[in-house]
Structure formats: C-alpha cells, structure tokens
Design a protein around this ligand. Structure first.
Ligand code: ADP
Ligand code: ZN
Ligand code: ZN
Length: 809
C-alpha cells in the first residue's frame, strides 16, 4: 500500500486528482492544505481534500511540496466549498481557488532539463567541424544546460539569442525535458533601526534629537519607514546617525502587517432608539443561543441599520466569537471598515478585490492566524478564514453585486447563509428594499423578520414627486436632459445653499446613434448591442466588450449622413447642468469620470464636506452614503431599467428609486425627491414614490406566482455559446434533445432561444431557462445535462450553467 491524497486543482474539470504522499510529507498532509503538484509538465497549486491508500506500484506522481504548516482552509471551509461546488455545479478546484488567498509567496516557472539523448547530441554537435545555423543554436542551448548542471529556468534560456526555435527542436527530439516548478519568492527585506545604548546622547541637532526620542525613549527598534514617519525626519538624518555609529541597522523579512491604519475618525457613539433596542434584544438572544439563526432586518433608509450591525458585532465579540460584515461595494467597505476600526481597533481586517494581491494575502493570513475578530469586505469575504464565527451580516442583501458572474457563480448572500449554518452563527440580512426571495422567506417564517419602521430621531421620509415627462413635453415642446420641474427645484436648492444629487442611470453622452435613412442603430462589432456615444472621448463604445470606434459621419449601413443621437446619459446631463447653472460646483460620479478608488473617495469626500453643490451620477450615487446636507434628489429618466428584458426589471427599478430617494433628508432638513418618467402610472414607480415596500412586494409577488418565477420556483439558466453560429445552434439542438428526453414533472424548460444579448464578445449565444418547483430535481437534471455534454463532446467552455441567475442577458 502507498499513502495517497486527493487534490483539487484550479481547472474547469469536474474531477479531482490522486497523488502519492512521500513519507517525509506524511505527517503534515491534512485536508485543506495547499500543495504543489506536477500536472501535465506544469507545477500547480491545489488543495488537499482527503487522504487514502493506493495499491503498491500504482503509477502515481508525488506531491512536490506542502505550503502551509496550518492548512489554509479549515475543514468547515472545505465543506462549504463542496456545498458550493454541488449547488452551483462549479468545478471543485475552481471553487476552492476562489476561497484561497492570492498565492503571492509562490512563483510558477518552467524548468528545462537535458535528457540522455540531449547529452549524446551535445557530444555529436561539438564534434562537428562546420555546424550550420540551427546546429549552432542547438549547441548553444545544450551547452548552457550542461554548464549549469543540466537544469535551468525559463528566464535563462529566454536570454539566449534565437533560443526559442532551438528549444522547440530539442523538445521535439526529446533532447530536452520541460517541467513546471513552483519557486518561493525571496522575501522582501526591510531595514530595522535601533538606538545603540552605548552611543553618547549629546550633542544633538534637533532632527537627531527627534530620532533619539522615538527610538530610545518611546518606541524601541523600528522599521525604517515607520521611524521616518514617526520622527518626521529625512532619510539623510538616519544615514548620518548610522555612519556615526549611533544606530544599529539590521535587515529582516518584511513583516506581514506593515501598515498601521490611521483611525482619527471619531466613533459615533449613538444611543440606540427604542426600535433599535428592540431589534438588538432579539439578536443578542440568538447570539447567546450559539446556534444557526437566519434573520432579515428590514429597515427604511436612514433608520440606523448600520448602528444595529455595529452593536451586533460588539455583542458577538463580547461572547468571544467573531463576525463578518459583507457589503455590496468596495466604496462601502471603505467607510464601514473605518467605523469598525474606530470602534473595534486593530481587530478588524478588510478584504476586497480593490486591494493589491499582496495586501489581500496579508489581510487574509492575519485572519487565518486568528489575529483579528472582525472582517469587513465584499462578496468573497464570506470565505474569510475566521474561526468561531458568531455573526454574519449581509448589508443591502438584495444587491446584484453579491452574485459572482464568473466561475464559481455563487451568490454571496446565499453562501453566507450556508456558512452561518455550518458555523452555528446568526445570519443577519439587512435592507430597506429586501429581495422578493428574502422577504418571502421571512414571511413564511424561514427567517425571523426584524423591522425598523421609522428614520432615526423621527426624521420624516423624503417627499417624492413624479414628473410626467409626457406632460413636460406638452408644456415646453422641448426634450431636455432634465425636466422643467427638476430644473426649478435644483435652482431653489442652489439659491438656498443646499446640496442636490441627480441620478441618471446611463453612462456616456447619448444612449445610441440612429440613422434616419435606414432606421438602424450603430452596433458593436462583437455584440448585438447599440454603441454608446462618449463625447469627451469622441468615440462610440460598447459597455459589454470594450470595443470602440470613431463617431461615423455617415451611417455605416446605408451611408446616409442623417444620423442622430438618442437619449441623454450622465455625461450629457452634467454638461446640461453646467450650462444651466454656470455658477454651481458640479461633479460627476460614474465609471467614466472616476476610474480609481482614490478619485471616488475624493469626490465623495468633497461632497460630504459641502464643497460640491450638485453631484450627478449613475447608481454609484444612489447607495449607502449618509450625507446629511442633501435636501434634493432628482432622478433623470427612471424608465431606463424598466424596459430591460428581465423579470426583475420592476424590482430593480423599485429598489434603485427607493434607495436614491433615501439619500435625501438624512440631516435636520427634510428631503425632496423628483422622479422623471414617461410611465408615471407604473406600479414600481408609484410605489417607490410612496416608499411603500410592502405594497410593492405584494403586487410583484402576485406577478411572480402567475408567471412561475422565483421565489415560487428555483431558476437556472443554461447558456450555449460559440464563435461559429452553426456550432452554437448544433450544440443547443443536442441539449434541447436531451431536455426533451427527460421526463421530470416538476421541471419546465424554456428554450433554446437567442439570448437577449444574442451575440457577446464575438460569441453567438442561445439559452435555456429551467424552472423547477423542487430544487433537488433542478440539481439532478443539470448534472445529467453536464454528463450529456461530455458524452456529446460539447466543449466545456461552450456551456455556462448559472443557478439562481441574477443576470439573464
Ligand atoms: P441606514 O443604513 O438604515 O440607511 P444609517 O445606519 O446610515 O441608516 O443611519 C443613518 C444616520 O443615523 C447615521 O448618520 C447614523 O449615525 C445615525 N443614527 C443611527 N442610529 C441613531 C440613533 N439611535 N440616534 C441618532 N442617530 C442615529
Ligand atoms: Zn442608415
Ligand atoms: Zn461589444
């Protein structure tokens, strides 16, 4: 018998791999550890799933290395990974990779090795009197190899001139062997500075005095960077003192946590109001029970949900347990984590995709080593390797950004619930506009429902007025980017020195370009989607694949010169406001205007400080922020989202309008909201205007029941895609035949139909929609469907399965 282990590798394959465990590694080999293994001439990083025994003489490759003395993933996280892999039909290796920290300590490289045949060839080449060009090149490569003991790294061969052709030739003749190798990066070093006790303290210049004070009196030995900051001196001062022998300078590997965060933010110490206290009492009781408990916190905008989260975290820590707070956007992590640090100090870690790999790895390992008790982050922070979790908060649980749109296609909120279940923790989903799925579960008693029905300090909800754009046109006979009502309201706020937000949920200058000659819109080359006009860049751009082109002078189809631009986007609304209000301070917040995290913070900071009068932007301006000076919110064309071919169009419109309306009147002055629409009678707009979530829920739920949509069925989409139309059609026919052969009464299959985005990034797309009254049945048929694809030799990348899809385009 030989010792073996089962390893999951980050490949789009639904299998795991068996390796032999060398005796030396036997003891450390535990499930959840990261290992380096050879795979098809490469070295790969995988995760150990389990151990076993194999028959002697089995032709297995050896595990090359174990990376972690403590396994990266705890057994609970491995279990969570298995659940995700099964529920979302995502390959286990890809799933576990999504749960791991970036592997910054490793560097994957290829190594070249000379073979016996190679050595023979080397002798032969050396004896040649007049080698030709190819022979000389081969000789050069083989000589380098021999000189370095038979093995060299990729980099060294690449430095040789004309080596790539020679390497290919030698490889073909088996005179060279390639193999993958994972090498440890050499640790970055840092200088550590200490004061030498025996050094005479005087006489000092003032700068030297400062160094002495910090090193000898306050802090003790310090990293050079920290010393410079704390003593506020230049590098030259330190160098001079070192040269005089007053300092001891050593080097050590960069400590994992080098950055201390500035927390000069004052902790807002709000006393809870009666409603908040009531909610907190329930949460405390559940925390004390130390068992899984899912709950939905439905609280209107400005009702103080954040304060409840913080108190809940505090109560969790008091019980000696740990907590995760998930937020939908990086921008929100920044300010929630600041508040958390101010309250809970250094026990907080932040995890999100905006961090560099190094920063993310550092934070991740701090968490793994149990140095922190609170993690704040976006979607993937649900995998934070905390132990003893007592609470997981999912803020704005309805947000679609919780859904990962690449493999593994998991939903952060639903994984949070599963994780809480595995950990015996409280899962607290919070929202002012809960998703239909969650609210329905709360009503069915599957979650507890907690409510905050009024704003803090009894501030009134903002008054919402709907501006009927048809009426506006009748009155003004003009189509302007914003209505007369909104213009006048902004003017009033400006005159009073107050702030406004204008939401326009379309990027660019014009939505699309139409031809009056043939009626066609100018489309993307790779996608079946109209291009958006960006005025500043003077280009038409595709928001799906990034394709862009110059603005045509004539229609690309019929050559007519009568082309015109339709619909005002954020760029145009901003320009329009600048002409209307030349004296106003205006800023725009969208992905075109603000490309970096820092710029984002700057704009919001300036707005918060009152140095911007009007903030224009896409949904980025709508969510989460707590600006007390905003008294007016305008929504330029609320309809954009209503016409989307998606059964959640009404729900998304309602959520966005309610959220943005919630930004007004959060301070002492009451807020006002103006919503522009061509469909003012639509229930999503009407009920958002009255900020009546429960009525909206009832109405929408009725529609979902009639149409067999979630929460009444479990939904999955199967997308078939291919660069060649015939292939894509052929594959969808095969899958259609499979579904027809399956007789499952609880499942309804719609399709194949061209996806709403029938072509995307050069690929033709067809999709099936599966609705099932039983989740297990859905899982079963999808597994069979995958097996069928393997049997029919439909390539993996052509099939995209999405369970509980959020995006149906
Ligand atoms: P939500 O997330 O529900 O929209 P927030 O948590 O952002 O609301 O709270 C809105 C504002 O009310 C914040 O400025 C917060 O500091 C403040 N606040 C929260 N709780 C209280 C309280 N009990 N008394 C006074 N102000 C509070
Ligand atoms: Zn035309
Ligand atoms: Zn495109």
């Amino acid at each position: 018998m030989v010792r073996t282990c089962e390893v999951a590798l980050p490949l789009p394959l639904r299998t795991t791999f068996t390796y032999r465990v060398p005796g030396a590694l036997d003891e450390q080999m535990v499930a959840g550890a990261r290992v380096v293994v050879p795979f098809r001439n490469r070295a790969m990083l995988g995760v150990v799933l389990g151990r076993g025994d194999g028959p002697d003489g089995a032709s297995l490759k050896n595990v090359a290395e174990i990376l972690d003395p403590v396994p990266a993933l705890s057994s609970r996280l491995v279990e969570l990974g298995r659940w995700i892999s099964n529920y979302y039909l995502s390959p286990i290796g890809e799933t576990l990779r999504a749960m791991l920290p970036p592997s910054v300590e490793l560097q994957f490289d290829r190594e070249w090795q000379i073979s016996e045949a190679g050595r023979a060839r080397l002798q032969e080449l050396r004896s040649l009197a007049a080698p030709n060009e190819a022979e000389s090149a081969d000789l050069a490569v083989l000589q380098v190899l021999e000189a370095r003991g038979g093995v060299v790294s990729d980099g060294i061969l690449r430095k040789l001139r004309d080596s790539s052709a020679a390497v290919a030739r030698l490889l073909r003749r088996n005179e060279l062997v390639v193999r993958g190798a994972g090498r440890h990066r050499t640790a970055r070093m840092q200088k550590i500075v200490a004061w030498k006790v025996q050094a005479v303290p005087a006489p000092f210049r003032p700068a030297e005095q400062k160094v002495h004070r910090v090193l000898a009196e306050n802090a003790g030995p310090l990293a050079l960077v920290s010393l410079l900051k704390m003593a506020d001196v230049s590098r030259a001062v330190v160098q001079r003192l070192a040269k005089q022998g007053k300092l001891l300078v050593t080097e050590e590997p960069l400590a994992p946590e080098e950055v201390r965060f500035a927390t000069d933010l004052l902790p807002p110490s709000n006393l809870l109001n009666a409603e908040q206290v009531h909610v907190m009492n329930a949460i405390k009781a559940w925390l004390q029970a130390r068992a899984f408990h899912p709950a939905l916190l439905y609280g209107v905008t400005g009702s103080g949900k954040t304060e409840v989260y913080l108190h809940a975290v505090e109560a969790t820590l008091a019980l000696g347990r740990t907590a995760i707070i998930l937020v939908p956007e990086i921008a929100l992590t920044m300010w929630i984590s600041e508040i958390c640090r101010a309250r809970f100090g250094g026990t907080v870690a932040v995890l999100h995709s905006g961090l560099s790999e190094r920063e993310r790895a550092r934070e991740w390992w701090r968490v793994r080593r149990q140095e922190v008790q609170v993690v704040v982050g976006t979607r993937s922070a649900v995998f934070a390797p905390l132990e003893g979790i007592g609470l997981i908060v999912v803020d704005e649980e309805q947000e679609s950004s919780y859904k990962q749109e690449e493999a593994p296609r998991y939903h952060g909120r639903d994984v949070a619930l599963m994780r809480a279940k595995l950990e015996g923790a409280v899962a607290l989903l919070g929202s002012a506009t809960p998703s239909l799925e969650s609210y329905q579960r709360a009503r069915e008693g599957k979650y507890d429902l907690l409510c905050l029905r009024s704003r803090v300090e009894n501030r009134p909800m903002a008054a919402v007025q709907i501006a009927d754009l048809r009426e506006d046109f009748r009155r003004t006979h003009k189509t302007a980017p914003i209505s007369q009502d909104l213009r006048e309201a902004i003017a009033r706020e400006l005159a009073a020195g107050r702030q406004s937000i204008v939401l326009i949920n379309r990027r660019g200058y014009s939505w699309f370009v139409l031809c009056r000659g043939c009626g066609a819109a100018v489309l993307c080359e790779n996608c079946s989607i109209a291009l958006t006009y960006h005025k500043k860049r003077e280009r038409l751009a595709c928001h799906y694949c990034g394709f862009s082109r110059r603005v045509p002078r004539a229609c690309p189809k019929c050559n007519s010169e009568h082309i015109y631009f339709v619909g005002a986007g954020a760029e145009q609304v901003e320009e329009h406001l600048r002409t209307l209000f030349p004296q106003a301070r205006i800023a725009r917040l969208d992905r075109d205007a603000v490309r970096h995290k820092r710029a984002f913070g700057q704009v919001l900071g300036a707005f918060g400080a009152g140095s911007i009068d009007i903030l224009v932007g896409t949904q980025m301006v709508a969510k989460g922020h707590d600006f007390h000076g905003v008294t007016l919110v305008g929504v330029a064309s609320a309809d954009a989202q209503l016409s989307f071919p998606d059964f959640r169009a009404a729900e998304r419109t309602f959520q966005l309008l309610t959220q943005v309306a919630g930004r007004a009147g959060r301070g002492t002055l009451p807020g006002k909201v103006i919503v522009e629409s061509y469909h003012p009678e639509h229930y999503a707009i009407q009920m958002a205007a009255s900020q009546d979530y429960v009525s909206f829920f009832e109405k929408e739920l009725h529609f979902r029941r009639l149409m067999h949509y979630p929460p009444f069925v479990a939904l999955a989409s199967v997308l078939v895609r291919g660069a060649k139309l015939e292939k894509a059609i052929h594959w969808s026919r095969q899958i259609e035949a499979f579904f027809e052969s399956q007789k499952m009464p609880e499942i309804k299959v719609l399709g194949p139909a061209a996806a709403p985005l029938a072509r995307l990034k050069g690929q033709y797309r067809f999709h099936f929609l599966l609705k099932s009254t039983r989740r297990a049945a859905l899982n079963q048929i999808l597994n069979k469907c995958l097996a069928c694809c393997v049997e029919k030799e439909i390539p993996d990348r052509a099939i995209l399965i999405d369970v509980d899809p959020v995006n149906l385009l």
